[in-house]
Write a protein that binds this ligand. Structure first.
Ligand code: 2M8
Length: 433
């Protein structure tokens, strides 16, 4: 490969282009992931977007998180999607008329979906505060978001502690953020798909079918979402036919508790309960989901108790947890043939050496900037500065060459999915700092 010099002009142009994406996708209170494919506010997208937005406008980054947390349910859940009431119901499926949040007890005034997404918000809120502590204090940002983040984590660690063993479960592939990951194939196979005649996919109006989940996947997603809705969004193993303890969400929770401890200190509160929660989560994660032979974390099926032995990017994500006892093993796995940290970029969402690795299909192979950003953050946290710098440089080059795409072939760099994608732009802005 020829080294392409990164000139001052090239960096400035990329920085400007990233800002343009964020400005275009800004809707006055929140940023949409992509204008056509995802025309509403998404939960973990907003967390990543805020991390980049803080360099453009710290106050806007604060508002991004405040608007999301403003749609929190009374039980503490932060919804996967906050719908924009000005966007037609059929612009995205499933829309507000599917989820019917208005009829659910404790839902907010604005329409939302009833499921959640990975809890990246405490990390993001602390990063946003640090970008401009004076602006944050001036607006009382932390004082407002901290209690909501505490309630959010409480929902996940209590109502979603479905097996009682101290780990949270995701109850829908959409909740994992890694929607059609091969990691979910086994538990998903038990779900009978709703026939395609009963719903209309809208994603295929804006993206190629070969780069998206299949119709059978969608039929299963609809079945699970409908059953949850019809149970009044109650949480129990009886309601959730799909329930998985996954390393990504539990790692974000643990890392998030460390962030909450920092926020508590800033607010003059005692952060001890957050530090012990983080320690408990880290211990549970490591003893229950870490596989020594594989050098990776595997999700666990909450129904069967079986490990889902699939090498997905989620299994590397616990590197973001401060003090993780198996950090160097995870870095070793990332350097190996499955993830090829030194030359694949962004890091593949799924095992490059697996027969069913598909470099263009969504979470079944392509590389995504958000998970690579998290891994980069983890590398720095665990003292792997040289590997972190190298990954950052290659991520920047990838996006400069292919644009602000949703995902990328990790080896050729070809861009896939939508363009003008929010977290790609936001996180590149952060990497350029
Ligand atoms: C993708 O998921 C949504 C459902 O939430 C979809 O396919 O319609 C995923 O990549 C998810 O992680 C992401 O948050 C969302 C919006 O960017 O798109």
């Amino acid at each position: 490969l020829l080294e392409r010099p990164r000139t001052h002009d090239a960096v400035r142009d990329l920085d400007r282009a990233a800002r343009r994406v964020l400005l275009t996708n800004w809707r006055g209170h929140a940023t949409v992931p992509a204008a056509r494919l995802y025309p509403h506010q998404w939960s973990w997208d907003s967390a990543f977007i805020a991390i980049g937005l803080r360099h453009l406008s710290p106050v806007r980054a604060q508002r991004e998180l405040e608007s999301l947390l403003g749609a929190q349910w009374r039980d503490g859940r932060v919804p996967q999607i906050v719908f924009d009431p000005h966007v037609p119901d059929d612009a995205y499926f499933p829309g507000p008329s599917f989820w019917r949040s208005a009829r659910a007890p404790g839902a907010p005034g604005v329409p939302t979906s009833g499921i959640v997404q990975p809890p990246a918000h405490a990390l993001a809120a602390w990063a946003v505060h640090q970008a401009d502590p004076a602006a944050s204090r001036g607006r009382g940002f932390l004082a407002r978001v901290y209690p909501r983040l505490v309630a959010w984590h409480r929902y996940l660690t209590t109502r979603r502690n479905l097996t009682g063993n101290g780990l949270m479960s995701v109850v829908h592939p959409w909740e994992s953020g890694l929607d059609n990951s091969p990691a979910w194939d086994v538990p998903l196979a038990r779900i009978t798909p709703v026939p395609g005649t009963e719903f209309t996919r809208r994603d295929l109006n804006h993206a190629a079918a070969g780069e998206r989940p299949t119709d059978t996947d969608y039929g299963r997603y609809v079945r699970l979402a409908r059953d949850y809705r019809d149970a009044g969004y109650a949480d129990s193993l009886g309601v959730h036919a799909f329930a998985v303890e996954d390393p990504l969400c539990n790692a974000l929770l643990a890392a998030g508790e460390h962030a909450l401890a920092s926020m508590a200190a800033e607010l003059g509160l005692d952060g001890e309960r957050h530090r012990s929660a983080a320690d408990r989560l880290t211990e549970n994660l490591t003893t229950m989901l870490y596989d020594h032979a594989g050098g990776v974390f595997f999700p666990r099926d909450a129904h069967s108790g079986r490990m889902l032995r699939s090498y997905s990017i989620g299994g590397l994500m616990p590197l973001i947890v401060p003090g993780l006892p198996v950090a160097s093993e995870l870095v070793g796995t990332a350097l190996g043939d499955r993830f090829r940290l030194r030359d694949a970029c962004p890091l593949p969402s799924y095992d490059l050496s697996a027969d069913d690795h598909d470099p263009g299909r969504y979470w079944r192979g392509p590389g995504w900037v958000n998970t690579s950003w998290l891994f980069w953050h983890g590398l720095r946290l665990h003292g792997e500065q040289a590997l972190a710098d190298d990954l950052r440089d290659r991520l920047i080059d990838r996006v400069r060459d292919a644009g602000f795409r949703e995902y990328f072939d990790p080896l050729t760099g070809t861009g896939h999915g939508t363009d003008g994608f929010g977290w790609t732009a936001a996180l590149v802005l952060d990497l350029l700092r």
